[in-house]
Design a protein around this ligand. Sequence first.
Ligand SMILES: [Mg+2]
Length: 187
Amino acid sequence: MNVYNNYMKGALVIDVDETLLTIERISYLKIFHKNYYKQKGKHIDFFGKEHYIMPRPFVKKFLELLNKKFDLIAWSIIDSKITEEKLKILDLNKYFKRILGKDELIDNKKNLTWLSSGLKISLNDIAAIDDKPEFYDLPSSVIKISPWLPDGDIKDNELMKIINLIELKFSKVVSPELKKIENLIVA
Ligand SMILES: [Mg+2]
């Protein structure tokens, strides 16, 4: 019953930079963002330069919760290897089924139509979370989140707030009533 399983579990595309984390060179931060050291971030050497990487508050809890319900796909507009490296540093890579990047863009956009046909799922069963919905072929399938920046509020809980919107977007997929009806049809 592979088709049925695919139908019941939606795919969620999640942007990485400024949605889940932010990373900047220390030299830049010292000039422009004096409060970055209040974040629970890490000093790292990234491609030979000193950087500070800051996870958005609640990011692990957010991904843990969503990972139980959806196939998570990280998609950034830069090289996917760089994105993978950032996620690994914060131990977030384990939540993602795939990590996509600039090589998968079509006309400089994240193309959900292309992705849904590749995953063999309906466009109704795919959504995205991004601080830049304009980078998509279907902005109406994107839940917009405010960007997470180096001087962001240390009590930011935008990720937790957005969970309800995601549930709503997929309510057709996850509603228990529909599950019962689907079970009857499959039986
Ligand atoms: Mg972004």
